[in-house]
Write a protein that binds this ligand. Structure first.
Ligand SMILES: NC(=O)c1ccc[n+]([C@@H]2O[C@H](COP(=O)([O-])OP(=O)(O)OC[C@H]3O[C@@H](n4cnc5c(N)ncnc54)[C@H](O)[C@@H]3O)[C@@H](O)[C@H]2O)c1
Length: 471
């Protein structure tokens, strides 16, 4: 059984044919399969010295949690840590590194950020190049939820004022003497039996609601885009409302767990004078989402007027030292566990994409869940511009080689279309040659790249770069 993959060498027209034995367990009784490109006018990805044949290479920017990296089986993955040389990387894993296009070799099929935001990645350009960008939604949800629960307690019991007071007494040597007398200054209330309104019932909001219910709280919630997964986490007793105003009226605690979206129809200042006018005077607002969601003037007026509280992990120039505000550093996701979970999720999405073509948690590619590849078939994927006619060219190319498509998935999102085709090898008992068909498909106008997902890891990737064939 021979599967020969792309040839390697410096960026040149030099031909370096390679023949790689397929890994055991991937053959499923197939005839010999070739995806060799060792001929003709083509270019190569990078330096062969930097590449371990038969392994996927992952280039890491930033320090990635070892628990995340452990998701990549040794022997199948070559991990290049801390941006160390990786000219033939198949995927990039990063946290906060500001990725430049030059950081992305032609060989890269996917990029994953260990975290939710992707503004350190040039996503639009990666889409043009046909590279999916993944993130890790919800990986830090437990960390943030725990700080929201902590925030509810901080907003209830004047814990922070009490700590500061004890420090002052301690400095004066009066702590022991006054500890009982002064406690009446810091009285509070309990969470049990109070009403929590959760605005945004996604990963964080739904978990907050679930745990608040376990603490004996009554629940209201508002989320016009509630997902099925989040809905399944919600306690049945939660009352869903049809507006933010309806949710916050009569609530003792209000937890804000929505994204910040700039511009018209967005969420800038969504907690403004009108919504705040429906707050109970003693309401506690918890903002562990984004500072810009809350109108600073309006929340200051609210805090000045009564006994309400504002607890947040975002800075606010007007209320940072207000006696009724608790302003923390941006600590919501700052736990070891959240970093581990994000790195593990990012590694999983990369593995899914490289090994089976599945797309989950991408910010620019369509979600694509795939059935198993049938026996006696080879998986072929194509990334193309979402324009009419490309699919017909792809199927035509297989027909011309007398290859039958047994299973096909076609998804699109915005300007990108993604095709996964499982090709029957029955009747091709000797050598099945994908070389011509892959080249023909890849060089079709509108196609950005193609992959043969079969055999030795890392083989069978071809790109159409402005009309030049890279393999
Ligand atoms: N403090 C921190 O360190 C920290 C860490 C992670 C996330 N966050 C913030 O928390 C937010 C929520 O995170 P998540 O993981 O739960 O996100 P998520 O995408 O799982 O959930 C957000 C939910 O908000 C809903 N929503 C959107 N606009 C809304 C609106 N106007 N009114 C009501 N609901 C609305 C959506 O339908 C979705 O269900 C993030 O957007 C982020 O800004 C903060």
């Amino acid at each position: 059984m021979i599967v020969s993959g792309r040839a390697l060498g410096q960026l040149s027209r030099r031909v370096v044919p390679t023949r790689i034995a397929a890994t055991a367990g991937t053959t499923r009784g197939l005839a010999d399969v070739q995806v060799e490109h060792g001929r003709g006018e083509w270019k190569t990805y990078g330096d062969i010295d930097q590449y371990k044949l038969g392994m996927y290479q992952i280039k890491c920017f930033n320090k990635i949690s070892p628990i995340g990296l452990a998701q990549f089986p040794t022997g199948q993955y070559d991990i290049r840590k801390d941006a160390e040389e990786g000219n033939n990387a198949h995927a990039i894993l990063l946290r906060s590194h500001k990725l430049q296009e030059e950081d992305v070799p032609h060989s890269v099929r996917a990029i994953a950020r260990c975290g939710a935001g992707t503004n350190n990645i040039p996503v639009a350009r990666m889409t043009e190049l046909g590279i999916p960008v993944f993130n890790t939604p919800g990986a830090n949800a437990n960390a943030v939820k725990e700080l929201v629960l902590c925030g509810m307690l901080l907003g209830s019991r004047r814990v922070v004022d009490g700590i500061n007071h004890m420090k002052e007494l301690g400095k004066q040597g009066l702590a022991r003497e006054r500890v009982e007398k002064d406690k009446s200054m810091f009285g509070g209330q309990e969470l049990k039996g109070k009403t929590l309104a959760v605005i945004g019932l996604g990963h964080i909001g739904s978990q907050t609601a679930r745990d608040a219910y376990a603490l004996g709280m009554n629940l209201k919630g508002y989320d016009p885009g509630l997902s099925v997964q989040s809905a399944l986490r919600l306690p049945q007793a939660l009352e869903l409302t049809d507006s933010i105003t309806a949710a916050v009226s009569d609530a003792d605690y209000i937890s804000l767990n929505i994204p910040y979206i700039k511009g018209e129809g967005g969420t800038h200042g969504v907690i403004g004078p009108e919504v705040i006018s429906h707050f109970k005077p003693s309401a506690v607002l918890l903002n562990f989402a984004r500072g810009e969601l809350v109108d600073s003037d309006a929340i200051k007026q609210f805090l000045d007027a009564g006994d309400g509280r504002y607890v947040t992990d975002f800075p606010d120039d007007l209320v940072w030292d207000h006696k009724n505000a608790v302003v923390l550093p941006h600590l919501g996701a700052s736990t070891e566990e959240a970093e581990d979970a994000a790195a593990a999720m990012a590694a999983d999405t990369i593995r899914d994409y490289l090994e089976s073509g599945t797309i989950k948690n991408s910010v620019n590619f369509p979600a694509t869940s795939l059935p198993d590849r049938p026996d006696h078939s080879i998986r072929f994927t194509v990334v193309n511009q979402n324009v009419p006619g490309v699919l017909a060219h792809i199927t035509d190319a297989f027909a011309k080689e007398n290859l039958n498509i047994v299973q096909q998935v076609n998804q699109s999102r915005g300007d990108i279309a993604y095709n996964v085709l499982d090709i029957d090898t029955t009747g091709h008992e000797d050598v099945l040659c994908f070389k011509n068909v892959q080249e023909r498909i890849t060089m079709t106008e509108g196609v950005l790249s193609s992959r043969v997902i079969y055999g030795a890891p890392g083989m069978g990737y071809a790109k159409n770069l402005d009309g030049q064939y890279f393999v």
